[in-house]
Design a protein around this ligand. Structure first.
Ligand code: COA
Length: 176
């Protein structure tokens, strides 16, 4: 049985291995990575899909969110990376982990989510290009793949200008 919950600290290396398999080394060259590098993910918004095995829990899916500033007047979250292990793809697991993530984000009071990804996949969760149309990412992007979702209606009405990382820097917590 696969269950979805908060990512346990000991699952970090399994998560990195899954992301390496899913995206290859190019994952660190993505424009979205410019909003993640050197930052901690948003609190309570790192998810793992875990399958219990005789050798312990095996991570078969991952999803994290990151704090971003959407122009001067709007805060949001960046969704991703999301990945499901190849043998489990097409079983609904990607949808389960994304819906769980979005529901938790909404319950925590977050109002807007952006991502870079395939519109034919993400539109089923309510994402579209329109709310992100006045935002500028810190690197090249195909505008058809730059998508957003207002968790609260009208939340992105003032979302205009550069998108910047606003998560806690990694070093600050290490030093604490
Ligand atoms: C994208 C991913 C997380 C989806 O997880 P999943 O468990 O396979 O997804 P689900 O089972 O919930 O949904 C499967 C459906 O999504 C569709 N789908 C999956 N990836 C898609 C894509 N990139 N574009 C359009 N549709 C896609 C499937 O065709 C299937 O459609 P159906 O419901 O009509 O049969 C998974 O395929 C994955 O890890 N891919 C590699 C990493 C990746 O590309 N991550 C997303 C980066 S933007």
């Amino acid at each position: 049985m696969i269950w979805i919950g908060a990512e346990p600290p000991q699952a970090a290396s399994q998560r990195e291995a899954l992301l390496d398999r899913a995206f290859g080394p190019a994952r660190f060259a993505k424009t979205a990575e410019r909003l993640r590098e050197g930052r901690l993910p948003a609190e309570e918004l790192s998810f793992a899909a875990l399958e219990s095995t005789a050798h312990g829990d095996m991570l078969v899916g991952t999803l994290r969110f990151w704090h971003v500033r959407l122009g001067e007047h709007c805060d949001g979250l960046l969704l991703g990376p999301v990945a499901v292990g190849e043998p489990w793809r097409g079983t609904g697991l990607g949808g389960r982990i994304i819906r769980r993530g979005l529901a938790t984000a909404r319950a925590l009071g977050h109002r807007a989510v952006i991502l870079v990804g395939d519109a034919p996949y993400y539109q089923r969760f309510g994402f579209s290009a329109a709310p992100a149309s006045r935002l500028i990412l810190p690197g090249p992007v195909d505008r058809h793949r730059f998508l957003a979702l207002e968790l609260s209606p009208g939340a992105m009405a003032t979302a205009e200008g550069p998108v910047r990382a606003s998560g806690e820097p990694v070093d600050r917590r290490r030093a604490a």
